[in-house]
Write a protein of this length. Structure first.
Length: 171
């Protein structure tokens, strides 16, 4: 937060503005997803852009939207979650549980948050800026602040799969 957050924001925006290729420490989704998952992801992305008033053919608007990730959506606090480079796949599950509990705790305190895999694309910049060794794997960020309830994007609720689509009951 504060000056450290501001300086990291500047560095991430510089990397983004230079067109530095993203180089995350891990891939967060398979190259080929089931058609239903792919469609839900597409609808969610399109819905966010529509809520922000960004047309599908608005290249500059889309670029500004992506850049806003590097600014942590102007949130005053950015949490960076990381694991040892030697982390086992199960550690990602545990990290997910931990992050979800942090997010729920923030809600209980009247705060909002937004998980950000996007910033992990500049993992080397984050490690360098925060003085982390190359032995750390950048998992994601979490923008934290008070929700702007007047922002149209915060009224968007992505479509959800019906329970029957992803649950199989045994008994």
């Amino acid at each position: 937060m504060g000056a450290t957050r501001d300086a990291l924001t500047r560095r991430l925006c510089e990397d983004f503005d230079r067109g530095l290729p993203l180089s995350p420490d891990y891939v967060n989704r398979p190259a080929l997803m089931e058609a239903a998952w792919e469609e839900r992801a597409r609808q969610a992305g399109a819905g966010v852009l529509q809520a922000k008033g960004i047309a599908p053919d608005d290249k500059a608007g889309r670029q500004a939207h992506l850049r806003d990730n590097m600014r942590f959506y102007s949130a005053p606090v950015e949490l960076i979650f990381h694991l040892p480079k030697t982390a086992a796949p199960g550690n990602f599950l545990e990290m997910g549980f931990f992050i979800q509990n942090v997010m729920l705790g923030l809600v209980a305190c009247g705060l909002a948050s937004c998980p950000q895999y996007s910033i992990a694309g500049y993992a080397d910049t984050i490690r360098q800026h925060l003085g982390m060794g190359s032995d750390r794997l950048i998992v994601c960020g979490l923008a934290v602040g008070y929700a702007d309830e007047t922002a149209p994007v915060n009224t968007f609720v992505p479509p959800r799969a019906a329970l029957e689509e992803y649950t199989r009951w045994y008994g």
